[in-house]
Design a protein around this ligand. Structure first.
Ligand SMILES: NC(=O)c1ccc[n+]([C@@H]2O[C@H](COP(=O)([O-])OP(=O)(O)OC[C@H]3O[C@@H](n4cnc5c(N)ncnc54)[C@H](OP(=O)(O)O)[C@@H]3O)[C@@H](O)[C@H]2O)c1
Length: 293
């Protein structure tokens, strides 16, 4: 069994010199309730980001539709000028309604303006990675051609505003379609120890060295709850969340983690998952959670 080193070892995105620690940070939880409006405690949000970077996190996931705009502005306030080795990954193709609803924003004009919003609010001249998030269904990945939208993003890449391109909330068919349009460095979909629909996709991407970045690694808005996780945590002297993250790190070397938290204490706990090695018999039990779910 591979022993995870500090922050899970490193991963280099395909066709790039961009290397990150496998344990990163997802910034979505920094905005207000429902990822809408300002946080209750701005200083606490800034502290989480600074603690992450001071702890060696060099991969932060965000979007300008978190807040909207607010999460990116907090990242800029906390970390700009950015450390040279920090990779900020953002996503486009949604906007927020006045009630906080998530609305597809897939037109050429909306995609271009989303890239410019991210550049402005993050204070960057070029974005490291932009994920095109498919928005064909509220329920998850759904078929539909991403060609028109991805072509716009590829143009922005050619103009130098976007360094690398990824996909989010996509089906394997859309990943194949996307790879025919431009180089795809990563896929960001819902996946965790209890939600494993992407098992085959992860293995396929791993063969080509493409990153798979699970969102909701801890269950997202409905935190993971499982007696198997609780038992494994008790046996290993860890917490269930740490076990869930360690399981992901051991699941495949192309998995990069971006657990989200608004708390420095939770951040520290989550980062410690990179140092937990799950023994084979524990892995076997954890693998049964998804079957039951
Ligand atoms: N591509 C997409 O469509 C998409 C969708 C959703 C999310 N994302 C990205 O994925 C990242 C991760 O997803 P997420 O933040 O929604 O979900 P998550 O990481 O699965 O879980 C976050 C939730 O778990 C809690 N939590 C975190 N650490 C904990 C700990 N050690 N103990 C107990 N509770 C803990 C957080 O609350 P506290 O704040 O209290 O810690 C928060 O409620 C996001 O930040 C975002 O960047 C992408």
């Amino acid at each position: 069994m591979t022993v995870q080193n500090k922050l899970g070892g490193t991963f280099t995105f395909p066709g790039t010199s961009m290397t990150v620690n496998r344990m990163g940070y997802g910034a979505m939880q920094l905005a207000g309730k429902g990822v809408f409006g300002p946080p209750k405690d701005l200083d606490a949000a800034v502290a989480v980001l600074r603690e992450a970077v001071e702890s060696g996190v060099d991969h932060i996931d965000t979007s300008d539709f978190y807040g909207p705009h607010i999460t990116n502005q907090i990242i800029k306030q906390a970390l700009h000028p950015y450390p040279k080795d920090l990779t900020i990954v953002t996503k486009i193709s949604a906007k927020r309604g006045p009630d906080g609803s998530w609305i597809p924003a897939f037109s050429r004009e909306e995609l271009i303006s989303a890239v410019h919003d991210n550049l402005r609010n993050l204070g960057l001249e070029a974005l490291d990675v932009v994920n095109l998030r498919a928005m064909f269904s509220h329920l998850g990945p759904a078929e539909g051609s991403i060609e028109p939208m991805l072509t716009v993003l590829a143009e922005l890449q050619q103009q130098g505003l976007v360094k690398h391109v990824g996909l989010s909330n996509v089906t394997p068919k859309q990943v194949a379609e996307g790879r025919g349009i431009c180089e795809i460095v990563g896929v960001q979909n819902l996946y965790n120890v209890a939600q494993r629909s992407d098992d085959a996709l992860i293995d396929d991407l791993a063969k080509d060295g493409i990153a798979y970045v699970p969102f909701f690694p801890l269950g997202g808005f409905t935190p993971l709850q499982s007696s198997t996780l609780d038992e494994a945590a008790a046996e290993l002297g860890a917490t269930p969340m740490v076990v869930a993250l360690a399981w992901l790190l051991q699941r495949s070397p192309n998995i990069l983690l971006i657990p989200g938290t608004s708390s420095v204490a939770h951040l520290r706990v989550n980062l410690s998952a990179a140092e937990l090695v799950l023994p084979g018999e524990v892995l076997e039990k954890l693998n049964e959670i998804a079957l039951v779910a």
